[in-house]
Design a protein around this ligand. Structure first.
Ligand SMILES: [Zn+2]
Length: 260
């Protein structure tokens, strides 16, 4: 599942293609918004929030999309065969004279008044990659973290209502960085230290051309390295589970460096 770093890079690419441009084509292939027509609207820009994307238009409306498990946005030059947007899995097409953005396998598509965006993302914790996160965001996240103090820290890091943007990759990497057993009660873990590490690792990924999505493996110490030697101690990397069925998520960790 794409995490906040991938979502942030996606927003940047969407802005490069569409910000400030007027739409000449709009197709929302999604039951609840299929009738919405955005042709003639100018794109103000796309903002990431956690794993969500908010594309705002000059008529005070917002297109909300989420990549969920395997969604992606790609940019094609308008008029090329690739920009036509064929295919069963294409959910959104936004075209300008120059570029066409194609949202494939998206997991959520909504259109709301911009002033009502909070109805879609208001339940989320602070965005870990937001510019002001180290200040008010971190304080807010710590308050939310404390309410979940008895729960395993791996679950709390994945809970978008505590902090928005972290998924299985950066949860695992942040815990490994501090030798923390993933199932330790959150109350026993220094939230600020772990969250600021997650932010640093994700920020590095945003700045790189590789990324967490395509498996470039940038900075990965444990995630998706099952049975490979720990880079610190050589013990084979193990995998456990966060959350309860049917919402289990993998947690990669080193059984030696991250003991209970
Ligand atoms: Zn180790």
């Amino acid at each position: 599942m794409p995490e906040g770093d991938v979502v942030r890079r996606t927003a940047t690419r969407l802005d490069e293609a569409l910000a400030g441009r007027t739409l000449t084509r709009s197709e929302l292939r999604w039951p609840t918004v299929g009738a919405v027509d955005l042709v003639g609207r100018t794109v103000l820009g796309t903002s990431p929030y956690g794993k969500h994307l908010l594309t705002r238009f000059d008529d005070k409306r917002t297109l909300h999309t989420h990549l969920r498990m395997e969604g992606s946005w790609r940019i094609e030059r308008t008029g090329t065969p690739a920009s036509h947007g064929g295919g069963q899995t294409v959910r959104v097409l936004l075209g300008s004279e120059t570029w066409t953005a194609i949202g494939d396998r998206l997991g959520m598509v909504d259109v709301v008044a911009t002033r009502d965006e909070h109805t879609l993302i208001g339940h989320l914790g602070p965005d870990i990659l937001a510019g002001d996160f180290p200040g008010p965001g971190l304080a807010d996240a710590r308050r939310r973290w404390d309410l979940r103090g008895a729960d395993p820290v791996c679950d709390v890091l994945l809970d978008q209502r505590v902090v928005a943007g972290i998924g299985t990759i950066w949860m695992a990497e942040s815990l490994f960085a501090h030798h923390i057993w993933p199932w330790a009660p959150a109350a026993t873990v220094d939230a600020a230290v772990v969250l600021m590490t997650a932010r640093k690792l994700m920020g590095r990924s945003v700045a790189s051309s590789g990324g967490s999505r395509r498996g470039a493996g940038l900075g990965r110490q444990v995630h998706s390295r099952l049975r490979q030697p720990c880079r610190r101690c050589g013990t084979p990397v193990a995998v456990g589970r966060a959350h309860k069925p049917p919402h289990e998520r993998p947690v990669f960790f080193c059984p030696s460096c991250q003991r209970p």
